[in-house]
Design a protein around this ligand. Sequence first.
Ligand SMILES: Nc1ncnc2c1ncn2[C@@H]1O[C@H](COP(=O)(O)OP(=O)(O)OP(=O)(O)O)[C@@H](O)[C@H]1O
Length: 251
Amino acid sequence: MIAMTFPVASAPDMSAAGARLDGVRLSRAGRVVFEGLDLVLPERRIGLVGDNGSGKSTLLRLLNGLLLPDAGTVEVCGLETRAHRRALPGLAGFVFQNVDHQIIFPTVGEEIAFGPLEQGMGKAGAHARANHLLAAHGCAGWEGRAVEELSEGQKQLVCILAALAGGPRLLLLDEPFASLDLPTRLFLSERLAGLDLQVVMATHDLHLLEGFDRVIWLDRGRIAADGAPGAVLAAYADHARAKAAAQGSLP
Ligand SMILES: Nc1ncnc2c1ncn2[C@@H]1O[C@H](COP(=O)(O)OP(=O)(O)OP(=O)(O)O)[C@@H](O)[C@H]1O
């Protein structure tokens, strides 16, 4: 397969956090997901699209060091993930596709304060930061709430705030808005766009990526298209329609 490439509108901003993959090979459960994957990721807003199982979550997990490549290297903010695995959570905030894989504390305040505490902030400061973030996102007074009593969307919001609380330079979002209501989605999209950090977001909601700097379409671990959102999203939507039509014609 030859990748389609489309020029991105904005010049790459190398002063942003930035990440790169060189010759990455990765197998999961004996199945090759990536083979010889090369990517330079300097843009501030990068979207990942692709069919189920195409490698979006796996790529995000390589970028936050949860997965290490079998061969090749991954660099985030200039740090090679194999050598700097312990520093990565402070640099790269991660929001999981499944909130239950992320949340570890019983209360909202503890969950959000965890990142700052891990980075050495005192307890009072960490909880003050958690309260400030909650208040800034329309959730004042939530700090004592039991996480298990929140709705899925509310949990998703808590996960996003927890990822932001650590002050990351790179925010990795895996289907972060799937359960959020429309007002919260719109509010958070705008808010994330205004933050001074790099965002890499995997989503099946193509509209969310229209204002991004760059979109990468992954197809079975390979780059099918890469570049300006308009062109890449149109190419992916064409593929999706063709695939759906082909499935519809099956007996
Ligand atoms: N925990 C796991 N153990 C083994 N293989 C896995 C695991 N998670 C994913 N894979 C495999 O890795 C490949 C890429 O999966 P990945 O989750 O990265 O896809 P995705 O593009 O994020 O899919 P989706 O849109 O469904 O979230 C798939 O072949 C999948 O079967």
